[in-house]
Structures are given as C-alpha cells and as structure tokens.
Design a binder for this molecule. Structure first.
Ligand SMILES: Cc1ncc(COP(=O)(O)O)c(C=O)c1O
Length: 324
C-alpha cells in the first residue's frame, strides 16, 4: 500500500510476480495543471520544488512526515495528525520551525493554491541542511514541505472485493531500535516488506514483530473480527497509532461493537470471520485472503461493510473547512 503511498507515475516495481493491485496516487505530474508545492513558507511550481542534497532527510532519512486526507472541502482529523507530527518531532529532538497555527494555515493554503476539494497531503519536516556527517547538531534549520495531490490508491473493484496479504519475513522494527510510533522518514523496513508482497504477487504484507505477533501492514493498521468482536494489535506490538485506527474505535463505540487491543497471531488472522486494514491513504479496506487462506467466506464481511459506510459518512461530514 502507499506508505500510505503514492507512487509516482512510471515507477512500476520490477517484481518477479506483479501484485494483483497497483497502488497509485494520481501524481500531479499526470494532471494537466502543474501543482504548487510549499517549501519553508514559499510556493514553487513542481519542477522548481527542490531541496538541498545535503538535507539530512535525504542523506539519513532524518525527519518526520504525515499523510493527511481531505474530503469534500474539509481536512479529515487534522488536529490528530498535527499532534502525532509534534509527538514524532519531540521523540527525535527535532524542533518544527513553525507553530501549529502557522502549520495549519500553510496546509490549508497549499490545498487552496492547488484548487483541490478532495485529495491527499504529504507533510514532511526534514532535519535540514547539514554536512555529510550524521550529527543533527550540524543542521541549523528543519525544512517544512507540503504537497497536495489527488489520490486513488486502489481500484473501486478492489475496495469492493477486498485484497490479499502475505506474511513477510521482514520483521517490523522493534521499539528498542526505532519506535514504530515515530512516523519518521526512515521507511526502509516497510519498503523491504512491500517488496516481499510485490514478489509474492500479494496486495499487502503482514508484518510481524520480534515475538511473532502481528504488528501492522506496510502502511496500514490491521483489524480482525471474530464472533462479532473487533480486535487490533496494541501499539506496543509495533503498530503505528493510526489516525484511521482511532476512527475505527469511535465507529465501533457508536455502533455498539466491542473492540479490544490484543496480541494477534497469524492463526487468529486465518480463522477470523473478517479482516480489514486502515490507513489514511487506504482508508478502510477489506482483506479476503491471508497466506493463501480464505478469510471468512472470502468476501468482505457485513461488519466491515457497515464500518466502511459510517467511515465514508464521517469523511464527508466532518473535518477542518478549507475554504472559509
Ligand atoms: C506503518 C504505518 N502503519 C499504519 C498507518 C496508518 O496510519 P494512519 O491511519 O494514521 O494513516 C500508516 C500510515 O501512514 C503507516 O505508515
């Protein structure tokens, strides 16, 4: 899936077996209108939106990001995304060079500048320009980059029929090495898992933690449903504190469904009645096969479909207005 992510057009992976679904964002480069990208307080046409090759975001993956969606002229769960961004920054001792109010205005203005009503924002804060050594004290000022684009991650058909996952051999990075709760620019762990899914011809990779329990997928949180109850791995299992994941807790409460955070094994996934993934880019998407085993009856389950319906309503009806 897209780390939550958008793949630029023309970047088809050379996999031995092609995944059943190509995850694609409609990059602005495929649009007729060139997009305008925010970098440190100024807007640039896409062709001129550049950062230094000495930026430690590029050299070391030293930085943080958020993927944010906007629907129907409103940014969905903006406050929660900004809170997670600031938490990630604090954890890696990165001082975001602008305040939350200014960041909010920059995000909204980027959307307006691109004339979009629905789409996806990539917000990146890099450590900034330093020397070739990795010491972040050499970097004087972090850079803020905001890209607003349109996105179509999965075909309508896949959203309706569900996707397939395989368990990958690449384990999710442990919290003692680099806490997966930090949404950092260092996604090589997830990229390696994504490559495994591509090679296996699956739509997504199920990533386990060092204990062998399910952590998450490469860019999504995992949920299973058994006998009417919903289960998802705890953050301590190596799952990102997904914003969409938190929406699922809200919807479950509204619908009177029991939801618990608990360790989940591959076996639990195989014998689940239903399974779905959540992520800003993927939204809420059913899983119908794991490691070749059909989940439930091999069709998106009734609870999953009900939740998708409510999720869609929330995305259309709530959020921070863009054009006021
Ligand atoms: C590794 C990982 N897990 C889970 C998620 C889902 O999080 P969210 O719902 O906040 O997009 C993402 C999305 O960015 C991710 O990259």
């Amino acid at each position: 899936m897209v780390i939550d992510e958008p793949k630029q057009s023309g970047a088809t992976p050379k996999a031995a077996v092609k995944p059943a679904i190509e995850t694609q964002a409609n990059s602005s480069s495929s649009n007729t209108k060139e997009s305008r990208i925010y970098i440190d307080g100024k807007f640039f046409p896409e062709a001129d939106a550049k950062i230094s090759v000495f930026d430690h975001g590029l050299l070391y993956g030293d930085g943080i990001f958020e993927g944010i969606r906007f629907y129907n002229g409103r940014v969905f769960r903006l406050e929660e995304h900004l809170e997670r961004l600031w938490d990630s920054a604090r954890s890696i001792c990165l001082e975001i060079p602008i305040g939350r109010g200014e960041m909010t205005e920059a995000l909204l203005e980027t959307i307006r500048q691109n004339g979009l009503n629905e789409g996806y924002i990539r917000l990146v804060v890099t450590r900034g320009v330093g020397n070739l050594g990795l010491n972040p004290t050499q970097c004087n000022r972090p850079s803020v980059i905001i890209i607003a684009t349109t996105i179509a991650l999965y075909s309508k058909e896949v959203c309706e029929t569900g996707l397939t996952v395989v368990t990958c051999a690449t384990r999710r990075t442990g919290a003692a090495a680099l806490n997966p709760a930090v949404k950092s620019l260092n996604y090589l762990n997830n990229v390696m898992a994504r490559i495994e899914a591509n090679l296996a011809g699956a739509d997504e990779a199920l990533m386990l933690n060092e204990a062998g329990n399910v952590a998450e997928c490469t860019a999504d949180n995992v949920f299973i449903i058994k006998r009417g109850q919903i289960f998802t791995p705890p953050i301590s299992a190596g799952a990102l504190r997904g914003i969409t994941r938190s929406v699922i807790f809200d919807i479950a409460a509204e619908l009177g469904l029991k939801i618990s955070e608990t360790d989940i094994t591959r076996h639990d996934v195989f014998v689940a009645d239903e399974c779905f993934l959540t992520g800003t880019a993927a939204e809420l998407i059913p899983v119908i096969k794991a490691d070749g085993r059909m989940i439930g009856n091999g069709k998106p389950g009734s609870i999953t479909l009900k939740m998708i319906g409510r999720f869609r309503e929330l995305t259309r009806e709530t959020g921070t207005p863009i054009f006021v």
